[in-house]
Design a protein. Structure first.
Length: 479
């Protein structure tokens, strides 16, 4: 198996172009060990500008593996970027954000680890956030990576050992995984549950599931075996309503029948699986994160072991609610009027309430404001700051005050074609857009030589504001 490319190898033209981009593109601070390839770009890999990466400096780390030509090896090169929450002495788990099939989706994986909202979930549970990015050309066979038996499962476990060594967290190779996958990434995440149920806390499957029985119409896809241990792993199928639920024709009309068959096989044997139909979308990810993150939050809180190396705790089932898979109302399991093994499973009342709102209009409620921005500094006319996302509703914007009065909202008008406006913007596969948006603002209306007091408020995607930050410190005083 090829060794990972390293920052210690002779740089290639490709890595030089990536480094040049890092110097000129605006990126978020706190981004070090970049393991980029020194070998020529493989013929089977994507062409530039795929070689433009966000910078990976601590708390970010990256490793890249070339395609493995050995029998059973991964057919495409792959990049793994991980975010380690600062100040956490021991990592308790890894949250994996897995993109889908096709060149565009693969490229979107390059920014998954930089997502502030997903980082908030990881930070809460002392977990790392990992985002793979496969270099699959547009017309290449997706099964060559989205079936983990085709080398991607082994590469994933290998990257945890390598990134653990690079980050000083060797426990990464042993901790559990919470999996999120879109499309082919859902196939991959579900396949990892079938292969490694003892390692998976929970899995959210957006618009993609593995096969559990051979399908003559899809002969190239090998079915998985559903082991008994996988029945205790919380799973959520999350198709868009236009993927065969209410819209029965079109490119993605087969998504719901595949989800329905997967759900029936798992739930029919008592598995802890639900269905959350997105009422607004087709294959794009939409607003699913506002249910996926709370749902994974509940599973992580319930299942993570207290000590590294310990077994996952069983998911509690005594507070479960049930609902028709494509319905909009859930009830406590004891009150469900129907076959419980044909009903969508929800872990408890708070998640059931969030689910009911999501399947109606995706406006999952949230009464808590986002965290207050920190480390605000003013350097001439440039204001810079740090901020963490609201774990429930993410981060939409910042409101800047000058001398106690509102000055500007950044961005002035948020835009997101796939869901609620987010400060980092959003791609089709639920990852931030490139270039990464910096937390900075240049006050062009300030009079030169006049001292002003600046404060910043964070705003989440439901419009809730944080308290104001401490006054921005002049850079000369900060030094």
């Amino acid at each position: 198996m090829p060794a990972p490319s390293s920052a210690l190898t002779r740089p290639s033209a490709r890595s030089i172009r990536a480094a040049a981009f890092m110097l000129v593109a605006p990126v978020l601070p706190a981004l070090v060990l970049v393991m980029l390839a020194a070998a020529p770009w493989p013929a089977a890999a994507q062409a530039p500008p795929y070689d433009v990466f966000p910078a990976a400096e601590p708390p970010y780390h990256r490793v890249r593996y070339d395609a493995d030509t050995a029998d059973g090896g991964l057919a495409f090169p792959v990049n793994y970027t991980i975010w380690i929450p600062p100040g956490v002495p021991t990592i308790r788990g890894v949250i994996v954000h897995q993109h889908g099939c096709g060149e565009g989706s693969c490229k979107s994986g390059l920014t998954g680890a930089y997502d502030l909202h997903w980082q908030a979930l990881a930070r809460k549970h002392a977990c790392a956030l990992l985002a793979p990015a496969y270099e699959q050309p547009e017309k290449a066979e997706c099964q060559l990576w989205c079936d983990p038996r085709n080398g991607s499962g082994a590469a994933f476990q290998r990257c945890l050992a390598d990134l653990g060594a690079a980050s000083g967290h060797p426990e990464l190779a042993r901790v559990p995984w919470a999996l999120w996958g879109h499309s082919g990434g859902g196939h991959w995440a579900g396949g990892m549950v079938m292969l490694h149920p003892e390692r998976v806390v929970a899995a959210w499957l957006r618009s993609g599931v593995p096969l559990l029985a051979a399908d003559p119409a899809r002969e190239r896809i090998k079915p998985h075996v559903l082991p008994d241990a996988a029945l205790g792993v919380p799973l959520m199928c999350n198709p868009g309503t236009q993927e065969g639920v209410t819209v029965k024709e079109g490119r993605f009309a087969g998504v719901w029948p595949a989800n329905e068959a997967f759900f029936g096989a798992v739930r029919g044997r008592g598995g802890l699986i639900g269905v959350a139909v997105d009422p607004l979308t087709a294959h794009e990810c939409g607003n699913q994160r506002y249910l996926a993150i709370p749902w994974l939050d509940a599973a992580l809180a319930a299942r993570l072991p207290d000590a590294v190396g310990g077994p996952l705790r069983p998911m509690p089932t005594d507070r479960a609610w049930l609902a028709p898979p494509t319905g909009v109302e859930a009830v406590p399991a004891a009150r469900f009027d129907g076959d419980p093994l044909a009903a969508a499973w929800l872990p408890d009342e708070p998640l059931a309430a969030a689910w009911m709102q999501y399947v109606k209009d995706t406006r999952v409620p949230d009464a808590s404001p986002p965290p207050v921005p920190t480390r605000a500094v003013i350097d001439g006319a440039e204001l810079r700051w740090d901020a963490e996302a609201d774990p429930e509703s993410g981060l939409a914007a910042f409101r800047i005050e000058r001398d106690g009065r509102p000055l500007v909202t950044v961005p002035e008008k948020g835009a997101n074609p796939f869901g609620r406006p987010l400060f980092q913007n959003l791609q089709y596969s639920d990852t931030p857009s490139l270039p990464l948006v910096p937390m900075r603002y240049v006050d062009t209306t300030a009079q030169p030589g006049t001292a002003h007091e600046y404060r910043i408020r964070a705003v989440n995607t439901l419009g809730l504001e944080s308290a104001p930050s401490a006054p921005a410190t002049p850079v000369t005083a900060a030094r």
